[in-house]
Design a protein around this ligand. Structure first.
Ligand code: NG1
Ligand code: ZN
Length: 538
């Protein structure tokens, strides 16, 4: 068969470690990924068949990893991450040693899932890649995998951000836009952004100065340039767009958030200016300012603070649109992980918002946020978005046109524009950036004013290399250690010694380490607590 022929051309190299779909798809050195990507091409085509011919996404990226790495992940019909039920199948086919065992696994799975392989339904897979040099040949491998499934076609979108690909998948399947393209993405983002700016009350309309964006030398640079040309009065300077240096090397959101120093190309001349960093595939966003005489130190404005800004704005606008006489009261939920700074959680609670915790990983946060009319989620590292329920959007559409009173109507229009601007499929640095900029302009706030919403508690993150990270088992959104026995009691005994102390450990889903996180009232105390707890798991 054609599958057997092409499968035998894509065999995994001998002697590599077992691959795992993990929290963010398969990632490894690009040179070992050809067969994995070919096989995930098959999986994506099967998923399309199983979902009645829906468009499925396949993205070639390794996000913030070094340039020699690459990876592959799959987007489901709604634009969200591949359903968790299919992850074991992804793992098993990625690790099949030869074509015969691969074909056997596929046949078993097709039977079990009742996937119609008769060619009656067409399967469509949308392909995208970031700017890594290995991307092109990996996309070719994926196309071979897709076309080895009868009736399946791959549509190559070329170089796009991860969130753009997810957005297009979603738009094609659920927004009744079968022809949705990258151009539609840019149109929707720029139109809804302009709408938010036009709705700013005249009195608070004031310049907030320019923004400088570090694009991690990745795909975000060229895409932000397109937005900048569409919004020609938007005062943004683009740095690290790709020509200045190497992808993710001392640049980008991951580097800035973890190291808390300026990225390459930034320095004393930028003191006082609002700066932002994207990661390599533009699905993470953080802001920062350069500290004067600070030896390249920065003041970080992380995902928790972006979340807090969004939550505050949404809550304000919602309180204008709704009143006690409305029989429909939209439910707002804010979703965080244990890595959220304790000061942010306290702030959100003080705003009267319900805060829920999930384990680390976008798939968990996204799923939880879906339970609300407005679900806002962010990881501290800058990945997050806002989800709106269909029921809420219907209600809002009605308010937008029938509501008496200018301010009520405007607030409804603002919320509507937010739902169009922000990516409903996945966290998106570009649309997130436009929303931050629109809200700051609306409030007339500087980045410092924003940063003063609350003060981060000092924190420390450490990683401990262990023989077997699966020996650590956690519960309660990863805040409590269940196994090995005795560890949790020891962590608690250490933590209570420090004012405002909080500490947890968990096995990483992407690296072979156990992570330790500690928070306390001083940096010295947070460092000490983290170091002591790290010794417990070592
Ligand atoms: P792990 O390695 O499971 O901690 C990391 C990040 C997650 C998420 C994933 C996927 C931290 C502490 N963890 O997961 O937030 O972004 O990578 O990329 O930043
Ligand atoms: Zn990323």
């Amino acid at each position: 068969s054609t599958l057997l022929q092409s499968a035998s051309r894509f065999l995994p190299p001998k002697g590599i470690n077992k691959l795992s779909y993990g929290t963010a798809g398969f990632r490894a050195d690009a040179s070992v990924l050809q067969s994995t990507v070919f096989r995930i091409g098959i999986l994506a085509a099967l998923r399309s068949l199983q979902t009645g011919g829906a468009v499925i996404g396949l993205m070639i990226t390794a996000s913030h990893n070094k340039v020699s790495d690459n990876g592959v992940k799959v987007a489901d019909p709604g634009g969200e991450m591949l359903t968790q039920d299919w992850e074991p199948f992804a793992d098993s086919i990625a690790n099949a040693p030869d074509s015969e065992s691969l074909i056997q696994l596929i046949n078993e799975f097709v039977k079990k899932e009742n996937i119609p392989l008769d060619g009656a339904k067409a399967a469509t897979v949308l392909l995208g890649r970031d700017t890594r040099p290995s991307g092109e040949s990996l996309v070719e491998a994926a196309k071979h995998g897709i076309s080895s499934v009868i009736g399946a076609v791959g549509n190559d979108m070329g170089v796009v951000t991860t969130p753009q690909l997810h957005w297009m998948v979603r738009a094609k399947n659920t927004d009744m836009k079968p022809s949705a393209s990258e151009l539609d993405y840019f149109d929707q983002a720029s139109t809804s952004f302009r709408c938010l700016i036009d709705l700013i009350p005249k009195k608070s309309h004031q310049g907030i100065g320019k923004l400088i964006v570090d694009c991690a030398n990745g795909v975000g640079g060229e895409k932000l340039q397109v937005l900048k040309e569409k919004l020609n009065w938007l005062d943004v300077e683009i740095r690290n767009s790709g020509k200045e240096g190497i992808l993710n090397e001392q640049v980008g959101a991951d580097y800035v958030q973890k190291e808390k120093v300026v990225p390459q190309g930034f320095g004393p001349h930028d003191v006082g200016i609002r700066c932002a960093s994207l990661d390599g595939d533009a699905d993470r966003l953080v802001y920062f300012t350069v500290i004067s005489n600070g030896n390249n130190q920065i003041k970080l404005v992380d995902g928790d603070k972006i979340l807090s800004l969004f939550a505050l704005f949404i809550k304000d606008q919602l309180s204008i649109v709704t009143d006690d006489t409305n029989e429909y009261q939209p439910r707002v939920g804010v979703v965080q992980t244990a890595y959220a700074n304790g000061a942010s959680t306290k702030y959100l609670n003080q705003l009267g918002l319900q805060v829920i915790f999930t384990p680390t990983g976008v798939k968990y946060l996204h799923e939880k946020a879906h339970e609300y009319d407005i679900g806002i989620y962010f990881e501290a590292n800058g990945h997050g978005t806002i989800l709106f329920s269909g029921q809420f959007l219907c209600w809002l559409e009605d308010r937008k046109s029938t509501e008496k009173g200018m301010e009520k109507q405007n607030a409804a229009k603002r919320l509507w524009a937010v739902s169009k601007l922000i990516n409903q499929a996945v966290g998106d640095a570009l649309s997130g950036l436009l929303l931050v900029e629109a809200i700051l302009q609306h409030m007339g706030w500087s980045v410092d004013k924003w940063n003063e919403l609350y003060h981060d508690l000092p924190s420390r993150q450490l990683k401990v290399k262990v023989a077997d990270r699966t020996a650590v088992v956690t519960t309660n959104a990863e805040t409590i250690v269940e196994k090995p026995p005795g560890i949790q009691e020891a962590i608690t005994a250490l933590t209570v010694k420090y004012p405002q102390g909080r500490c947890f450990v968990r096995p990483s889903g992407t690296e072979d380490v156990v992570r330790v996180y500690a928070e306390a009232n001083t940096q010295e105390a947070a460092d000490e607590l983290a170091t002591c707890v790290a010794k417990l798991v070592d």
